[in-house]
Design a protein around this ligand. Structure first.
Ligand code: AMP
Ligand code: GLY
Length: 426
């Protein structure tokens, strides 16, 4: 099989790495790819928004199918375009991608289909939102969310009216996230334990991925602003059997049935961001793609053939695929540039990647790097994801941090507590 991946992050590096472990895969092409994929994939520089060029490349190279990593091309309709050109593609159409690209759509959809989520109001103008925040009836903390895509940074958990008013100003007046701030949501703040539940679906069959948990805040103990994700772990006890059944019946199946009933059937990877509250499961958000860095712990735990999984999804025969997951745990620690999620410096030389990878149970996935000859330099906010797998969570954590300790670049920051929540009893 020959496969084309769209994207350039740690998630896409992990997909390329996993595909190359399949005996059926002869070549992986990545548009545009990144500095870490050399040897795994042929990187082709092209604009990921130029769907015509991508379709031409896919046809010329006779790829078996296209995997779309990030949300932006999905929201812009890459799947509609490629499928219309007769190219098999893994991902939802533009209409189905609204579950992620519009938080207002997602909240209204959940209300229509009785899917549990926090109470909310949506606003089209800053004045009305601010008036609501100043009302004596409004209780804090609450959560302010930009409607559109904001790379995980458009959500503010506000402890006071001052913080919430500032979030509205940044989203709607300063337009920090551009058009994503045309509308916003103000929702009730939920307390509980977060979990990501990710499934593969061809629209008929649902195949759950290994459960994973993200660490979104920049600092240890979930302090500081949210990022795209500073690390993840995957282990079998994140969602127990009963909880998993509840997520399937109250969240995942209603989404699949509801989207079909509304004329936008969902096919691809569906990611439910959940809060396990005292009152039961609540949905925080949907993503319509693999998580990043969730992918960096999920695919290393997949023992069966990923290329075959993706092919059977694209061909709507996922029911025939038998997934086998490795028991135990995986941990991914993200190494980021000083300043992230705000402005950060680039161009710092990275050392120690090869030494870190001497452990056969560790892998270093590149998120924002560039390569000059043999040297690798920082080129993004999230720079590397260091993953390790082992028989249990404590051992996987130890292994991942042992690999992290081998790597260095100027201004390198990372969380010291990735996976620690999983060791606590809750
Ligand atoms: P989202 O992109 O909607 O998942 O939000 C990003 C992060 O903000 C989540 O992972 C949570 O940590 C936090 N968050 C979002 N919505 C809520 C909520 N209603 N209550 C508490 N925390 C939230
Ligand atoms: N790690 C969260 C996300 O991919 O949206």
């Amino acid at each position: 099989m020959k496969i084309l991946i769209i994207g350039s992050g740690g998630r896409e590096h992990t997909m390329a790495w996993k595909l190359r472990r399949s005996p059926k895969v002869t070549e992986v092409i990545c548009v545009p790819g990144n500095g870490g994929m050399a040897g795994l994939a042929r990187c082709v520089a092209a604009n990921t928004e130029d769907f015509k060029a991508i379709a031409e490349l896919a046809r010329k190279e006779r790829v078996d199918y296209v995997l779309v990593g990030p949300e932006a091309p999905l929201a812009a309709g890459v799947v509609d375009h490629l499928k219309a050109a007769g190219i098999k593609t893994l991902g939802p159409t533009r209409a189905a991608a609204l579950l992620e690209s519009s938080k207002v759509f997602a909240k209204d959809f959940m209300t229509r289909h009785n899917i549990p989520t926090a109470g909310y109001k949506d606003f089209h103008d800053a004045e009305a939102a601010m008036e609501h925040l100043r009302s004596t009836k409004t209780e804090y903390p609450l959560v302010v969310k930009a409607d559109g895509l904001a790379a995980g940074k458009g959500v503010v958990v506000a402890k006071s009216a001052g913080e919430a008013l500032d979030a509205v100003k940044r989203i709607m007046i300063d337009r920090e996230f551009g058009d994503a701030g045309d509308r916003l949501i103000i929702e009730d703040c939920l307390q509980g334990i977060e979990a990501s539940y990710i499934v593969f679906t061809d629209g008929k069959t649902v195949l759950p991925a290994a459960a994973a948990r993200d660490h979104k805040a920049i600092f240890d103990n979930d302090e500081g602003p949210n990022t795209g994700g500073m690390g993840t772990y995957s282990s079998d006890d994140i969602l127990g059997g009963e909880l998993e059944k509840e997520v399937m019946s109250r969240v995942i199946q209603p989404v699949i049935d509801g989207m079909r009933a509304e004329g936008a059937p969902f096919q691809g990877i569906l990611y439910a961001g959940l809060m396990l509250t005292a009152k039961g499961i609540m949905v925080l958000e949907f993503n319509v793609r693999m998580g990043d860095p969730e992918c960096q712990v999920i695919l290393p735990r997949l023992e069966s053939d990923f290329a075959e999984l993706a092919a059977s999804l694209c061909e709507e025969r996922l029911a025939d695929y038998k997934a086998v997951w490795r028991p135990g745990a995986a941990v991914c620690v993200v190494l980021a540039s000083k300043g992230y999620p705000g402005p950060y410096e680039k161009g710092k030389e990275i050392t120690g990647i090869e030494t870190a990878e001497e452990d056969p149970q560790a892998a270093v996935f590149h998120a924002g790097t560039s390569r000059k000859g043999d040297a690798v330099f920082t080129d993004g906010g999230r720079v590397l994801g260091v993953t390790a797998v082992d028989g249990d969570l404590a051992s996987a954590i130890k292994r991942a941090y042992a690999a992290v300790d081998k790597i260095h670049f100027d201004g390198m920051i990372f969380r010291r507590d990735i996976g620690a929540k999983g060791l606590r009893k809750h």
